[in-house]
Design a protein around this ligand. Sequence first.
Ligand SMILES: NC(=O)c1ccc[n+]([C@@H]2O[C@H](COP(=O)([O-])OP(=O)(O)OC[C@H]3O[C@@H](n4cnc5c(N)ncnc54)[C@H](OP(=O)(O)O)[C@@H]3O)[C@@H](O)[C@H]2O)c1
Length: 435
Amino acid sequence: MMAPASPRREILVSLLGLGVVGSGIASVLQSKKSLFASLVGCPLVLRRALVRDPGKPRLIPNSFITTNPEDILGDRATDIVVEVMGEEHPALEYVQQAISAEKHVVTANKEIMAKHGPDLLKLASQKEVQLLFEASVGAGIPIIAPLQRDLLGNNIASIRAIINGTTNYILTKMANEGQDFATALRQAQELGYAEANPANDVEGHDAAYKLAILATLAFRTKVYPSDIHCEGITRLAPKDFRYAQEFGYAIKLLAIGRKSNGAVQVTVYPALVPRDEIIAKVDGVFNAIEIKGDLSGPVLFHGMGAGSLPTTSAVLGDVISIARNIAAGARPAPWLGMDHGLNIKPVTQLQTRCYLRLLVADRPGVLAQIAHILGDRQISIASVIQKDADPKEGTAEIVIMTHPSLEAAIQDALVRLNELAVVKKVASFLRVEST
Ligand SMILES: NC(=O)c1ccc[n+]([C@@H]2O[C@H](COP(=O)([O-])OP(=O)(O)OC[C@H]3O[C@@H](n4cnc5c(N)ncnc54)[C@H](OP(=O)(O)O)[C@@H]3O)[C@@H](O)[C@H]2O)c1
């Protein structure tokens, strides 16, 4: 029988970073201290916080603030290090150092977990400490813990997620108000939903980091951001939203992971989603993640994917869970492992329906030439609609929806269509999502 743990007087938490999220954590540790003490069995106390600029006004007394990482990483008394600095370096090195010093770590950092998660988790397991990262995907939405606990009995077939609030806000504005991309982005920036440099969000990289984390956990195989085929939303036009609506679809930036025949396909791209699906109704800065397990069936997690308090909620859930284990003298369970070793299927092997908007010469026989190029590549047309004609330019716009076809064939057809003299421009190509 294990000897009972000697009771702890307190559990000490130090923060690497005291910005939007770090300040939320520091203030809630104070405002909910009695609740946390009753949950943990002893007080959960802020020990120290690392910042870059000591001159900034802070909510906590200066005596807690340091600019020297060694004051936390080399501090024997700190039990739990919370990394809320962001970016890859030096956050990665600090997290490695904290784990190596046998401290438990909680991080909200999607970039380090996406690029180095499997190695960090292995290191934590070797050092018999916990590394938890609930806030790294979907902020306040519980998704990492369910994947590592509640859904473990499932064989997970797919993940479909809207996991970037900035792009979902922009797409919602474009759909509902007919705004163009630049206007919707500007408004998102004015409201603080988009960064001054929005590339990481609008090019889909932020969603790819989060998908790498989800896919690694769901499929128990290592999936890195570089494995993910990633397209952003910058090329979408208001017309596409109008036509998509006429066909009964919304346009969403989807992060998708699917497992089949011993391989995983991971993609981030804007797609047409049938409007009657719940995920098509996730609007504004909200996020949603749908997981399909063989036992659970489809389950959907929905909520605030950013913001100081939602992120604080996820970080503190992890901190309290670790603190309860420390107080109980419990050793962390061994690492689950991500050793299924599945192959990553290239996007060229994707089977997808697609939506094409073409600007063509307004004369007879054009459609036959287009149908010929598609037909030669086994791409069958589900419907064709002629939209706005421009008599002055002698052009017409046609929208084609196809049946499921091979991505490689579609890409080849797009090249050939662009070469046709009667096609002025392939104005838009989007994949059509179906369940
Ligand atoms: N904000 C959200 O809604 C949200 C949601 C989910 C996840 N996250 C993740 O949470 C993390 C923190 O985000 P945030 O929005 O709180 O960022 P933030 O407001 O920019 O805060 C970053 C903090 O880290 C400090 N810091 C940065 N680099 C440092 C360095 N090299 N040395 C010492 N201190 C350094 C900064 O110091 P100064 O104060 O001196 O500048 C600041 O206090 C990121 O990984 C982010 O992706 C954020």
